[in-house]
Design a protein. Structure first.
Length: 231
């Protein structure tokens, strides 16, 4: 007796087997890609946290030096900062409250922390702190003026365009300052309003710059972004 085989069925099984191997291979590749992306993202996030932590540490060190804090004040400040970070960490873990309640608690913690730090300083230190704030504002104005001059040169702005940009930037800075000092808004709302102000600024620049100037500005932004990524 001869065994009759179906060649079509054999080829179908072979094709199905090949497809199965392809699917398994694709899944492995996709999984590897996802793991690589997740690992890369985690590394960048970790680097970002490290930079922020280092910047905060340097800021506190500089503040302690400039205000000439006593050892007792330094210990108290460290204790306040650690307590604040602990409470913020606990708040972030909460998932049984509404977003509104979460924002309110976060703003209350920030307000309390600021008040606790202020109560730590002596009258002379508070005066020194205000002086430092004024100095930072003056430095910011000088930096702003230098930025405008660079912008004028690189984009070949006319005197009229330069004056318009300076006037608009001054108005924007005043609005941003008023927004930061607004006690009736929580941090999330302030961030939202800040984004709206930046959007308004972008639209304003589009209205007074030529197409060539806008194109050049975008090219400069890309170059600057590339430099930051290489650092």
């Amino acid at each position: 007796m001869f065994l009759i085989t179906n060649p079509t069925a054999g080829s179908q099984e072979h094709a199905a087997s090949k497809n199965k191997i392809k699917m398994i291979t694709m899944k492995k590749i996709l999984l590897s890609a996802l793991l690589l992306t997740a690992t890369t993202f985690a590394m960048y996030a970790q680097d970002g946290k490290k930079r922020i932590h280092e910047e905060n540490r340097k800021h506190h060190m500089m503040l302690q030096e400039q205000l000439k804090l006593t050892e007792e004040q330094k210990k108290k400040m460290q204790s306040l900062n650690e307590d604040y970070r602990k409470k913020m960490t606990e708040l972030r873990k909460k998932d049984d409250i509404t977003v509104k309640a979460w924002k309110e608690e976060m703003e209350a913690l920030r307000k309390q922390h600021r008040e606790d730090l202020q109560s730590l300083y002596s009258t002379e230190q508070k005066a020194q702190l205000e002086k430092m704030k004024l100095e930072r504002k003056e430095k910011a104005k000088t930096h702003e003026k230098a930025q405008i001059e660079r912008m004028k040169t690189r984009l070949d702005l006319s005197n009229e365009q330069t004056e318009q940009i300076m006037k608009h930037r001054t108005e924007m800075m005043q609005k941003m300052q008023a927004l930061r000092e607004n006690k009736s808004l929580d941090q999330a709302k302030k961030m939202e309003e800040m984004k709206n102000l930046m959007k308004t600024r972008k639209e304003y620049l589009k209205s007074i710059l030529t197409e060539g100037q806008l194109k050049k500005m975008e090219e400069l932004k890309k170059q600057q972004h590339g430099k930051k990524r290489r650092v």
